[in-house]
Design a protein around this ligand. Structure first.
Ligand code: ADP
Ligand code: MG
Length: 282
């Protein structure tokens, strides 16, 4: 126990004690936090305002991240508790997710198909819910998928997400964004893209990576990765089941019009095994 005001205690707004660094992405650092009154664990995403180099654009981005998180209350999406700010930083207080990133599991090698199916079902439930609310995530990857103490998946990091007001009059999004190994080819072609179909491509990459233990599109540099993903040039390892291969081969389709939609996925026999749609109360 250390007394209040002790120099090594890092107290935020007299409400949270900031603890160890949980993770770091491109935009923020995330710390463990403890509510001093309730003792509840939280995660605190800290965004330095000085990082907002193109200030207007990033302030808009954070506003979007916050509005999206308020909109998507779902059992498989990390919940936002509150947003605090001082002169230098913005603090997003969210539920603490204890089990770390799915990335840590995925990078250990191929995963049992039933386990991968459960994660994939939970991911699709969350993403489908976002799409039904008009939200596109745009940065789905195992670093942004967390596991809780029950090994249930929680989608996080809506920092690149888009709301309907960012769409063109034809309903298409235009800003290219995402992470090279996971981004859909049409996102980079700058002709406008359907955000939902782009998320579905990323879900396909994630499913491949879980089952194979490695990424479908790899290369020494970004251009090499793109040259493969632009042609959907990948090969399955033989341990993946025919049903799973069938599903993945309809997700990693270059033409978004021919790529599976959400209803196609949820009706697929591989997906259907033991699937129970979680209920979102909102
Ligand atoms: P960025 O926008 O910078 O990518 P993220 O929101 O993805 O930031 O968070 C960065 C990392 O912090 C995540 O990849 C994860 O390891 C960790 N993290 C984020 N949110 C939580 C949380 N609620 N509970 C536990 N760890 C988290
Ligand atoms: Mg992230």
């Amino acid at each position: 126990w250390k007394p209040r005001g002790h120099p090594t205690r890092n107290i935020l707004f007299n409400k949270y004690e900031i603890g160890k660094l949980l993770g770091q992405g491109n935009f923020a650092k995330v710390y463990h936090g403890r509510n001093l009154l309730s003792n509840e664990s939280v995660a605190i995403k800290v965004i330095k305002k000085e990082r907002l180099h193109k200030k207007d654009k990033l302030v808009k981005q954070i506003k979007c991240e916050v509005s999206v998180m308020r909109l998507v209350c779902h059992p498989h999406i990390v919940a936002l508790k509150e947003v605090l700010a001082n002169k230098a930083k913005i603090f997003m207080v969210v539920d603490f997710v204890k089990g770390g990133e799915l990335f840590a599991k995925a990078s250990k090698g191929k995963m049992n198909e039933d386990v991968a199916r459960k994660y994939f079902q939970q991911l699709i439930s969350a993403v489908d819910f976002c799409h039904s609310r008009g939200v596109t995530h745009r940065d789905l990857k195992p670093e942004n998928l967390l596991l809780d103490e029950n090994e249930d998946l929680k989608v996080t990091d809506f920092g690149l997400s888009a709301l309907p007001d960012q769409r063109r009059s034809d309903g298409m999004l235009v800003t290219p964004c995402g992470t090279p190994a996971y981004v859909a080819p049409e996102v980079l072609k700058k002709r406008g893209y359907d955000g939902s179909k782009a998320d579905i491509w990323s879900c396909g990459v994630i499913l491949f990576a879980l089952l194979a233990g490695y990424l479908p599109f790899q290369g020494e540099n970004v251009m090499r990765i793109y040259s493969k993903s632009f042609k959907a040039d990948y090969a399955f390892p033989d341990w993946i089941s025919p049903d799973a291969k069938h599903l993945i081969s309809h997700l990693l389709v270059v033409d978004p019009e021919k790529r599976y939609s959400m209803p196609d996925i949820t009706k697929h026999p591989w997906f259907q095994v033991g699937f129970m749609r979680p209920i979102a109360f909102s």
